[in-house]
Design a protein around this ligand. Structure first.
Ligand code: ZN
Ligand code: ZN
Ligand code: ZN
Ligand code: ZN
Ligand code: ZN
Ligand code: ZN
Length: 232
């Protein structure tokens, strides 16, 4: 990829590699590139990109440094300041990339915050991995905006979103889909637009089964601990 220059970059973060004229770049590295004329263009409009655009941008940002890895060629600029970074460096630098419409990205100081005013009860764990969450909402620890009781790690919910896709991705606890997906997209979770493959459905069901009983010390589930258990 001429944009991030990281051959080993995770395709789940950067997307597949596309050919742009004589050069190749990850799909999302291109969509998030702040200096490309089509920044924010939908995937379907990719056919109108000039063949040389990606190469020219790669040359133009050759001297721009990534504030995370300190290396050059940082194609993404924070929407609020001049800090730049590479897409594969985003998570390590606690930067947020919003995988929809304008494909905006933010450095760690300007990354979006959840507006709900809730704090995890002591001993609260992530619904997906069952490990402890942080003691406040932060880059790593998020909550479902609907039930405000489903604590999730960013990395864990990102994994779930990738296997569920837009058709299945919902709160692991209250199953709210619309507001939950909107909030997760806003917070930088990538939710692929596709119906889930059968293997994904099974994997998703498996991940759901792990939350069989609410283990919060003070259960605030709308239907109480037992109901959650019955619903599985
Ligand atoms: Zn790339
Ligand atoms: Zn970097
Ligand atoms: Zn910024
Ligand atoms: Zn987790
Ligand atoms: Zn919920
Ligand atoms: Zn509960």
């Amino acid at each position: 990829c001429v944009l991030c220059r990281q051959a080993a970059a995770d395709p789940r973060v950067c997307g597949s590699v596309w050919k742009f004229g004589r050069v190749r770049a990850h799909l999302f590295c291109a969509l998030f590139a702040s200096d490309l004329p089509f920044n924010g263009a939908e995937e379907a409009q990719f056919s109108v990109i000039g063949n040389d655009d990606v190469r020219l941008v790669a040359e133009r940002v050759a001297q721009e440094h990534c504030f995370v890895c300190q290396r050059s060629g940082a194609t993404i600029k924070c929407s609020c300041c001049n800090l730049r970074f590479h897409l594969p460096c985003a998570a390590r630098g606690q930067c947020v990339a919003q995988f929809y419409s304008d494909f905006r990205a933010f450095c760690s100081s300007h990354s979006p915050r959840q507006v709900v005013q809730v704090t995890p009860e002591s001993g609260a764990t992530c619904l997906i991995c069952q490990e402890a969450v942080d003691n406040e909402l932060c880059f790593r620890t998020m909550v479902c905006p609907t039930c405000q009781h489903a604590w999730i790690h960013r990395a864990c919910i990102q994994g779930l979103a990738l296997s569920a896709g837009t058709s299945c991705f919902s709160c692991p606890l209250c199953r709210d889909k619309e507001a939950f997906q909107r909030e997760m997209l806003y917070m930088g979770i990538q939710v692929p637009v596709r119906p889930p493959a059968w293997d994904d459905i099974q994997e998703y069901a498996g991940q759901m089964e792990r939350h069989q009983r609410c283990n919060a010390s003070e259960c605030l589930c709308p239907g109480g601990r037992q109901q959650e258990e019955e619903e599985g």
